[in-house]
Each structure stands twice: as structure tokens, then as C-alpha cells.
Write a protein that binds this ligand. Sequence first.
Ligand code: ADQ
Length: 453
Amino acid sequence: MGRLVVISNRIPGHGTRGGNGGGLAVGLNAALAKRPSLWLGWSGEVAETPPPPERRHSRRTEIVGVALTPALHAGFYANFANSILWPLFHYRLGLVEYRRADYAAYLEANEWIASALMNELRPDDTIWVHDYHLIPLAKVLRARGVTNPIGYFLHIPFPATEVFRCLPVYRELVEAMAHYDLVGFQTESDRIQFVDVLGAPEKRAGDTIEMFGRVFQTGVFPIGIDTSAFAAFAAKPSVDGERLAANLGDRKLAIGVDRLDYSKGLPNRVAAYGEFLERNPDWRGKVQYLQIAPISRGEVSNYRALRRELDGAAGRINGKYADFDWTPLRYVNRGFPRGTLAAFYRRARVGLVTPLRDGMNLVAKEFVAAQPPDDPGVLILSEFAGAAVELSGALTINPYDIDAIADALQRALEMPLDERVSRWRADFDVVSTNTAAFWAESFLSALAATRPA
Ligand code: ADQ
């Protein structure tokens, strides 16, 4: 059996809560356990003279970490990936800070990763590239003579054509994507937008596209979680969960768990909570909102500005409504172990997932998985999260509509048990079917099908 070779910006086991590598590691766990594999990516190290790649083993996976130079880290990671592609793909054109030199660094970083990969690659490997940091990788590898099957999965949304066209090098990126055998998206609307930006590709049967002298496949693969493991985790006794419960007493808990990122819609969510308290004096003292938001990408200025904004907003709500025995909003900037998060979700009456845009949003799925079946909480979910396509039992809101979020909060807190159970049941069935393992295997079999024996 040939190896599965995973390439992502971060490798597992780095960062405070694992970063993208962490979420991805959970998603790929089952697929990696089934076959010999190699996972290559940035080690997290930045050095003027990068040392040779570091190597580790985790079960059947060999993990290879490549260091970046300070120039590549700034131009590729902080600038092109996180200050250009990330805001653009999340429809935040006003935050895009385009500079040609950063695109050059992006290409150079992809060449750098490709060079490290060339030393590892075997003829029967299947390559699976992840996310917006590595869009050009297949093209770079093909130029070096690699003929292995290469798949690509975009974890974030694919923007509408008129938004994407604002990127001066959009055409180059799209052309680079044609060098994969399979390009996968979270939702059908992402896939359709990608096809739209191609202009008028000569389409073959089904989702096959012929363009730029290449034939490649597109597909939709909504990422999931390890639902049964997460549900079991949530049901286990947890010291922190008990402490939270003791602290809450009879109060109902509303919870939000997000990386501190402007795509997650946190300022509007906090404003909606303030609006809810303003409109519902009876609920004051009877509800507690816990927002967990570990700092992410602190090197990017827009993230620092968001942090200041939220510190201020949380302080104002607490200043206005707190009582000597009640803090309306607990705002915590750190990561927690998964077992603790699971216990917190389970204790919550309301899960607040209100991103302005999100490829999928795994927190929504984790919240559903963690609920007690006989007394489940209610998920409030943005219509602009990929998860909204699948989770029809959630209360869906437009995250730009602060009044609508405040209304949904009241409705969720006052929802009768039978409605909570039927909504939750519908969503739990979906997350139990569309799991992480299902996602990975569907992608890999679609990739294998692009090269019939
Ligand atoms: P993210 O933008 O990071 O991922 P999300 O899908 O919600 O967003 O995944 C976050 C993960 O980190 C979840 O598993 C969550 O439990 C964990 N996490 C968040 N805060 C945490 C904390 N304080 N402590 C511990 N763990 C925490 C990107 C895309 C998403 C897409 C995923 C996967 O932006 O749209 O769903 O990749 O494809």
C-alpha cells in the first residue's frame, strides 16, 4: 500500500491548542491510522539559517517539520496567507493589504516546502495538500516532474468571483489549482464559486473540468469530527466541568468557543448579548455567557486591534450589568483541553456560533456532539458558516443582524424541552453520519478515482 502524504501549513503537535494542525489532526486521525503515512509542514520554527527538517513518529505517521526563514515567515505566512488570502476569502476586502513582494514570498515558501517534500517522496505515494497556504504546491511539484496523484482541500470559503478578482494574482492561483487531480471544498456553493471564477471551462462529465490544458476533478467534502469519541468525552466526569457547574448554580450558560479571529463575528455576538440583557431585565442574573477565545495570529495587526475591541466591549457589558454576585460575561483568552471544552459545551443551554464567514466551523459540530440527549442545549448558528448547510436543527441567524442574534438567544433560552430534543436529534444524526473519518475517506476515494487503474 502506498503512503498517504499530508502537507499542511502546520504539523500536528505545535501551537497552544494545536492551531490548524490540531483541528486537522483530529480530522485525519482515522485516515492516518489506516495506512502508512507522512505528514510534512512548517515546524513552527523561524531561523535565519533553517536547520535540517525535524522528524518524529506518531503511530503509523512520520512527521517532518520544516523551519522558515524570518523573511518567508513574514512575507508568506503573516502577510500573503494571513493578511491577504484569509481576509479576501472571508469577504473582508477592507482588511486586505496586498503587496507584490508578499506573493513572491508565498511562491518561494511553496518552493521551499516542495524541496523538502522531494527528499521524502516515493513513486506510489498519494499526496493530499491542505488549505490556502499551499495553493501553488501542485504546480510547483508538477514542474519538478512529480506525477503522483495530488489532491487539494480548501478549509476556508471560496469567495464570490467579484471578490476574488480583487486579488491581482487571482488568475495565477486559479491556474495553479488546475494542477491538482482533485480540488475539494466544504460546500457546494464554494465549489460553484470556484467554477464560476474559471470563466467558461470546458466541462466534462459530472464535476470534471478541463482548463489550462489540464483535466481535473472538483468535489464537495464537508469536514466532520470524531462524533462518538467527542460525545463520550463530554459524558465523562470533568473536574473543570464540575467547577463550572458549581459556579453557575441555577444560571443558564451560553457558550462561545472560537479562535480570536475577525471572521468569527465576536464583536456582533457580544453586542447581541448586551442587547439581549438590555431588552430582557428578567434574564439578568439568570444567564451567564462564557466566551473562550484564545489569541491567534498575534503577529498580524488586525488581530491585535480585534483583541482591543473585544476587551473594551466585554468590559462595558460587565460594567453596565454586573452585580456583586454576577458577572454577565466571562471572557477568557486561552485554550482548554478538549475534554474540558466538551464538558463545558455539555453544560451549556446555548451554543453561540455566529461567524461572519466560516468554511465549516467545527465548534458547531462539537457542541451538538456534546449535548445530553435528554436535555440538549440549542445551537445558534450563522447562515454563513459551512456547517449551516448540514445543521438544519440550529436556530439560524444572519450574523450582521445584532437584533436577530439577541432574539435567537431569548428563543433558545426559553425553548421547551420537546423542541430542543427534536432540533438536536436532527443535527446529531447528521454529525454522526458525516464524521471526520467519512470526510477523509470520501476525499481519498474520490482522489483515487481520478486515476483509474
Ligand atoms: P478554524 O477557523 O480554526 O478552522 P473551527 O472549525 O471552529 O475553526 O475549528 C476550531 C477548532 O479549534 C475546534 O476543534 C475547537 O474545538 C478548537 N478550539 C477553538 N478554541 C479552542 C480553545 N480555546 N481551546 C481548545 N480548542 C479550541 C478552519 C476553518 C473552519 C473549518 C476548519 C476545519 O476556518 O471553517 O471548519 O478549518 O476545516
